[in-house]
Design a binder for this molecule. Structure first.
Ligand code: NAD
Ligand code: TDX
Length: 340
């Protein structure tokens, strides 16, 4: 039986990956290591809590002692690191915790991998480490050779972690891989992020806060396609390599919001233009040639289908996100949008 520790396994993408792995590999042991911050939600993992191949452990990846203890107990073959502070706006308000979790936490996990031996450490990274592309150059895309050029404390902390991962490979020969994915969407997406926030607000007939003029472009990928890419990389990817993951699905923010209005039969008059995000990246666009050529990965979900499935999931799972937005998150929302 193969054992995998998934750090941050109760995150949006991590939880989708837990479901993917338990379904696809019934002979794997999947251990979720998660601190359950504001973004972690144990109810997300309720469907697998009784699965004998699954274990949940509530710990901080920065807590060296706790991490080493878990490695001693589990002797994992692989580690996949989803754990992160992931929201750009929060990183602008308070960068420090991003440095702790995203950089120091990554180092602690890799130190454990060195100490106890591991066949693969995989770092789940982001296209944001490349900075942004200009809107008037639609011919440009991020490749794995694009220089790191970050804009926000969040992306800088993710880039710092990526550099550390590559350094651990070169210095200690740690068998690492890195994936840099574009914006994900789908079930269990935390409602502070664009798509679920707009769905929740539209359903409540609340204003839809679009930053600046809404012309910024993101390259959207259905979360299941990202999970399949990580699955391929950890099993067949070349050690020491970075793989970009994205589906050539660029959309302007304003168009995303209009699609959500249309799907939910809500008026576009709900759209409210608010103060722009500081340092707001203009355009992200991934060139996924390498993962396609080397590992045969291609996105399977068309945006038109994925967004419908996502909206339907939020309609069918109101309790999941209504519980979140009625709690501590309410204070964050007031602070972010109250004066805009
Ligand atoms: P998320 O914000 O939904 O969840 C983050 C998770 O990490 C939570 O479960 C939280 O409890 C856990 N966590 C935070 N600090 C921790 C700590 N110190 N120790 C242990 N657990 C901790 O995250 P997400 O949006 O699913 O992103 C997952 C990963 O994918 C992140 O590394 C992110 O940078 C990367 N990524 C996200 C996207 C996206 O569109 N969401 C795109 C590309 C890459
Ligand atoms: O209320 C909003 N209004 C708005 O116009 C919010 C929350 C966002 N936006 C804009 C900002 C971005 O241009 O929408 C776009 C998407 O914003 P986010 O959902 O915050 O995502 P982004 O900043 O693009 O980062 C996401 O993708 C890359 C994830 O949060 C990161 O973790 C990942 O690395």
């Amino acid at each position: 039986m193969k054992g995998i520790i998934l750090a941050g396994g109760s995150s949006f993408i991590g939880s989708n990956f837990v479901f993917h792995m338990l379904n696809k590999y019934p002979d794997y042991r999947i251990v979720c290591l998660d601190k359950l911050t504001y973004a972690g939600n144990l109810s997300t993992l309720a469907p697998v809590m009784d699965n004998p191949n699954f274990r949940f452990v509530k710990e901080d990846i920065c807590d060296r002692e706790a991490v080493y203890k878990l490695f001693e107990e589990e002797h994992p073959d692989m580690v996949v690191n989803f754990a992160a502070e992931s929201h750009v706006d929060r990183s602008i308000e308070n960068p420090e915790v991003f440095l702790d979790t995203n950089i120091k936490g990554t180092a602690v996990l890799m130190d454990a991998c060195r100490k106890y031996g591991i066949k693969r450490y995989h770092q789940v990274s982001t296209d944001e480490v490349y900075g942004d592309l200009p809107l008037d150059r639609p011919d440009l895309f991020f490749t794995e050779e694009t220089p790191i050029h970050t804009s926000s404390p969040y992306s800088s902390s993710k880039a710092g972690a990526d550099l550390l991962v590559l350094a651990y490979h070169r210095t200690y020969d740690l068998p690492v891989t890195i994936s840099r994915c574009s914006n994900n969407y789908g079930p269990y997406h935390f409602p502070e992020k664009l798509i679920p926030l707009m769905i929740a607000n539209a359903l409540a007939d609340k204003p839809l806060p679009v930053y600046g003029e809404g012309l910024n472009i993101r390259d959207w990928l259905y979360v299941e396609d990202h999970c399949k890419a990580i699955d391929l990389i950890i099993h067949n990817g070349r050690v020491g390599e970075v793989y970009n993951v994205g589906g050539h699905n660029e959309k302007r923010n304003i168009d995303i919001v209009k699609i959500i209005c249309k799907e939910l039969n809500k008026p576009e008059s709900l759209i409210t233009y608010v103060t722009d995000r500081k340092g707001h990246d203009m355009r992200y666009a991934i060139d996924p040639t390498k993962i396609h050529n080397e590992l045969g990965w291609l996105p399977e979900t068309k945006f038109e289908d994925g967004i419908k499935k996502t909206i339907q999931w939020y309609l069918d799972n109101r309790e999941w996100w209504e519980t979140i937005i009625s709690g501590e998150y309410q204070n964050y929302y007031e602070k972010m949008y109250g004066d805009r």
